[in-house]
Design a protein around this ligand. Sequence first.
Ligand code: SF4
Ligand code: SF4
Length: 177
Amino acid sequence: MIVKRNKLNLWERLYLPAIIGGFKVTVRHFFKKKVTMQYPEEKWVVPEGYRGAPYLVKDQEGRTKCVSCQLCEFVCPPKAIRIIPPGPSGAPDAGNVEKAPHEFEINMLRCIFCGFCQEVCPEEAIFLMKDYSLTGTRREELIYDKEKLLALGGVHQDRIRKWKKKADEAQAQGLAP
Ligand code: SF4
Ligand code: SF4
């Protein structure tokens, strides 16, 4: 079937109604409230409880809370965590109290932000923070080592300060400086 086209009159062939109509839409949106986000200078404010990238935290005394139990490494579904414990000859982090990991890596390319590591950790040493935008120019840059994870995690304000108690006991027994 051939569809017959209506002939345009002179006014229509000038395209002025269409151009004016387009300008009207532009002017209307020009004065409306801005909705575009200038990413990455502006960032999305994530809701409470958001599960972003997992980082290690320190306690109030600046000690590594992780005790190398490796539960998180065991439970991590995509095997994104790799821990090297200090071993029997390794120096403890908190004066003969516990053993901080020799190395702790999280491969952010593998991490699925499931939160299992946070849930399973007996020391509240690893938390899923609010970071959702992790970038790098090489794959190696997205394997975060212990220093980087601790720097990003910051300090966790503990209510129960078991380290302090044990450190005091060790000091009293002359086992710690
Ligand atoms: S959030 Fe899930 S996938 Fe990511 S490191 Fe923790 S356990 Fe592994
Ligand atoms: S982060 Fe927690 S679960 Fe993982 S090794 Fe350290 S203490 Fe254990």
